[in-house]
Design a protein around this ligand. Structure first.
Ligand code: SF4
Length: 113
């Protein structure tokens, strides 16, 4: 059994997940069961970071993926963001990189600049 704290909502239920059957106990709702199963079989995370930006009032721009991506892809995505440069003007929600690292997720701006 793997012990986890559900992070889907502030209640923070303590979950136990059977690594063989993916049965989840301790969840108070179905979202928690889904979270527990995914954490064992295919953990996902939203990536938040910043990238260099040229022509803006700040040297860096906060960005994030527009959906959760496999946790194992995070370092690869961070390497892409490390060498990426955006150019102002940019609106919040603008897509800066499509399908980053073939995850199906886009990198989008978290603010205007
Ligand atoms: S199991 Fe449901 S109620 Fe409990 S923390 Fe997760 S989402 Fe919230």
């Amino acid at each position: 059994m793997k012990e986890l704290v559900c992070i889907v909502c502030p209640r923070g239920c303590h979950l136990q997940v059977d690594e063989n059957t993916l049965e989840v106990i301790g969840n108070s709702c179905e979202k928690g069961a889904e979270y527990g199963k995914n954490e064992i079989s295919n953990p996902l995370r939203t990536v938040t970071a910043s990238v260099a930006v040229e022509g803006g009032i700040h040297p860096r721009l906060a960005v994030r993926t527009n959906r959760a991506v496999p946790k194992g892809k995070m370092f690869e995505i961070m390497n892409v963001l490390h060498s990426f440069k955006a150019y102002s003007p940019i609106k919040r929600g603008d897509v800066l990189i499509e399908n980053v690292c073939n995850t199906g997720a886009d990198i989008i701006a978290s603010r205007d600049i």
